[in-house]
Write a protein that binds this ligand. Structure first.
Ligand code: XBP
Length: 265
């Protein structure tokens, strides 16, 4: 098989760039519920279950249908959910702007390094577009938004992860073949989405996803790591590397393209 050169990195956002589900999105949902006069509260255990459903509007609908059969839904449920989600997004953006959601270890360093090395960068996320650009601006700086050729986010596709649509959309916008890209994800559903689009995937697990099934990933790490704070390899082969830099990514990508991912992590 001809070796494909690595040309682009495609990043998931929530859980991958930042550990922002429990202390960011969850908090914002609860503030929106409170403001709307609802007695709904998503604690960490419940939220971890709700994370099975991707997309904030989809998650609210799932909660109503599966956990709140007592709720007398308004006649226009779609509009009600849209408005609640609009409020949630405002709370989430305020949280991002109060600088309480840092990037995960190694993320800022790697994005800077990849951009300087001329790798193309893209986002493929379920979350709202503005959430992505604000996270980047608040943590790295406004200029970092321009580092990304493609920010594929939110409702730009109908079928959210684990469907492959968002990755297929990002590939189409990049104008690249899947074999020229490497994806960064933190969940089994995200891996399924990227794999179904034919993409090799590097996983960095987080507290909520550590025990998920990542067979098929190119490599599974606890984090991207820093020179002074190495990663732990949970599955796959990192060789001598102790943190993810561009050289390491090129190796992971090349090996994934020749062996089509891990068989048995
Ligand atoms: C994760 C999600 C998102 C957020 C909520 O997306 O499922 O829905 O939890 O964001 P990803 P919104 O991992 O693909 O970045 O409320 O803006 O939908």
């Amino acid at each position: 098989m001809m070796k494909k050169e690595l040309k682009a990195l495609i990043f998931d956002v929530d859980g991958t760039l930042a550990d922002n589900e429990r202390d960011g999105h969850r908090v914002a949902f609860n503030r929106a519920f409170r403001d709307a006069g609802l007695d709904w509260y998503w604690d960490v255990a419940l939220y971890d279950r709700l994370l099975e459903v991707f997309g904030g509007k989809e998650r609210i609908r799932y909660y109503i249908e599966s956990f709140r059969q007592d709720f007398s839904a308004p006649p226009d449920l779609d509009a009600f959910i849209r408005e609640l989600h609009r409020e949630k997004t405002a709370h989430y953006l305020a949280l991002l702007k109060s600088a309480s959601i840092p990037l995960r270890p190694g993320v800022k360093r790697l994005l800077q390094e990849a951009h300087t090395a001329g790798l193309r960068l893209a986002i493929a996320s379920t979350t709202t577009y503005e959430n992505v650009t604000t996270l980047l601006s608040e943590t790295i700086g406004e200029q970092s938004v321009g580092w990304f050729d493609v920010i594929a986010a939110g409702d730009v596709v109908v079928n959210k992860k684990p469907a492959p649509d968002i990755y297929q959309y990002a590939l189409g916008q990049l104008g690249l073949d899947a074999s020229a890209c490497l994806v960064f994800e933190d969940t089994e559903a995200g891996l399924a989405s990227a794999s179904a689009a034919g993409l090799a995937t590097l996983i960095t697990v987080n507290g909520a996803t550590r025990n998920q099934d990542f067979s098929g990933a190119a490599i599974v790490l606890d984090q991207l790591g820093e020179p002074e704070q190495g990663f732990e390899v949970l599955a796959g082969e990192a060789g001598e590397a102790s943190f993810a830099d561009v050289a390491f990514l090129r190796r992971v990508h090349s090996e994934a393209n020749t062996c089509a991912g891990l068989r048995n992590p």
